[in-house]
Design a protein around this ligand. Structure first.
Ligand code: CMP
Ligand code: CMP
Length: 398
């Protein structure tokens, strides 16, 4: 019997897969294999395309235009190497999306693409910076990457009832809200259910771009509004790549958070993908009792103290704050208002310099459902604690 010949490249291909498995430790090896090898194939195809493409042709890439760009910026930009000028005022929708698999560690991904710059007036840049200052996905970027993100964003003005995103479509852009109210609709059993709203802040449209999946919800403007878009390629080059770094940075810590024990590894990594990190100075107020809530926190380092305004015998609130608890590394806070849909029940302050991982309400609702039982049990403990402190019974859940 003749010895079977091992095809050229087989060993490297399988080794590459094994390395990625060890690095990501996926829950489902077969699913991960499909993603990995699709990505390898896409990369091969992309390399062939790049070889065929000449450089001048690449510099000619432009997007549809309808904005007024300042002349000065235009001239300056002509000089810049490897920069593509885009003057999109509206969506630069992708006509079709090739089946790139999600591979945040793909080092070549996007590197061959030129940097996209949408010129902006000073006034536009100021509005953009303001809209982006609390966007969690940008919070772990280096300054240089963040500037590139801002350069790549383009203004989108929207009309009432306009569909910004339709569930099931390919992902084209990621959006940051400057103003306006947007309904989130998800199709369930053939019916479009409104599952939430964005109210003049936040961002959406990251999922299809991060995981190369169809749009998971429909987003409709309910009034006139303004958004800032970031195209898919730039989002990949800057945000998805940064996510690979984030996964490496936070993987061990996130695995040590008791609350998240019941989640699959892939679910925990999805939390890492969307979290932001914030550092608070000693004594800084992180949460104010009575405020509207939009975030959930996990302490990464340092400590926080939780204080509640005490009550008089008649049940009236006075302004003296009583410390009820402390949280340190691996513990969480800020879930109560998100679960009950009520204002913040306590104030939270940093004790020494404290670093927290922050997850927004939408990601909290989407990803932390399986941890709800544990959180509800803890809420009952808060109630017992408050009874012990203030004497009267307290119902925090309703
Ligand atoms: P994406 O799937 O790209 O497009 C629709 C967006 O709606 C999605 O990204 C999220 O940013 C956002 N979204 C908000 N709430 C939900 C939800 N409950 N399910 C899915 N997507 C949601
Ligand atoms: P939230 O109400 O969103 O913001 C304040 C947080 O303090 C609250 O969520 C809980 O996570 C936390 N907390 C800790 N102990 C208590 C308590 N006894 N009562 C209320 N909140 C508490």
């Amino acid at each position: 019997m003749s010895k079977a010949e091992i095809p050229v490249g087989l060993k490297e291909l399988l080794q590459g897969y094994a390395v990625e498995v060890l690095r990501h430790r996926p829950a489902n090896l077969a699913e991960f294999a499909v993603q990995h090898f699709t990505s390898v194939l896409e990369k091969q195809k992309q390399n062939q395309r790049i070889k065929k493409r000449s450089k001048p042709a690449k510099k000619g890439v432009t997007f549809e235009t309808n904005s007024n760009k300042p002349k000065k910026d235009e001239e300056e930009e002509e000089k810049e190497e490897d920069t593509v000028k885009c003057t999109t005022g509206k969506y630069n929708r992708r006509v079709s999306v090739c089946a790139e698999a999600y591979n945040p560690d793909d080092d070549e991904d996007g590197d061959s693409e030129p940097r996209v710059v949408h010129p902006k007036t000073d006034e536009q840049r100021r509005r953009l910076q303001d809209a982006c200052k609390d966007i969690l996905l940008f919070k772990t970027l280096e300054q240089e990457q963040f500037s590139e993100v801002l350069d790549g964003m383009f203004e989108v003005l929207v009309k009432p009832q306009e569909h910004i995103i339709d569930q099931g479509d390919d992902g084209d852009n990621f959006y940051v809200i400057e103003k306006g109210v947007y309904d989130i609709l998800v199709l369930k059993d053939g019916v479009n259910l409104c599952v939430g709203k964005y109210n003049n802040k936040g961002s959406f449209g990251e999922l299809a771009l991060m995981y190369n999946t169809p749009r998971a919800a429909t987003i409709i403007a309910t009034e006139e509004g303004a958004l800032w878009g970031l195209d898919r390629a730039t989002f990949h080059r800057l945000i998805v790549k940064n996510n690979a770094k984030k996964r490496r940075m936070y993987e061990t810590f996130i695995e040590s958070v008791p609350l998240l024990n019941s989640l699959e590894l892939s679910e925990r990594m999805k939390i890492v993908d969307v979290l932001g990190a914030r550092v608070f100075k000693d004594g800084e107020c992180i949460i104010t009792q009575g405020d509207k809530a939009d975030c959930f926190y996990i302490v990464e380092s340092g400590e926080v103290k939780i204080l509640i305004k005490s009550k008089t015998k008649a049940g009236q609130q006075d302004n003296t704050e009583v410390e009820v608890a402390r949280c340190s590394r691996g513990q969480y806070f800020g879930e109560l208002a998100l679960v009950t849909n009520k204002p913040r029940a306590a104030s939270v302050y940093a004790v020494g310099e404290t670093k927290c991982l922050v997850i927004d309400v939408r990601a909290f609702e989407r990803l932390l459902g399986p941890c709800m039982d544990i959180m509800k049990r803890n809420i009952s403990q808060y109630e017992d604690q408050l009874v012990a402190l203030f004497g009267s019974s307290v119902d925090l859940k309703h």
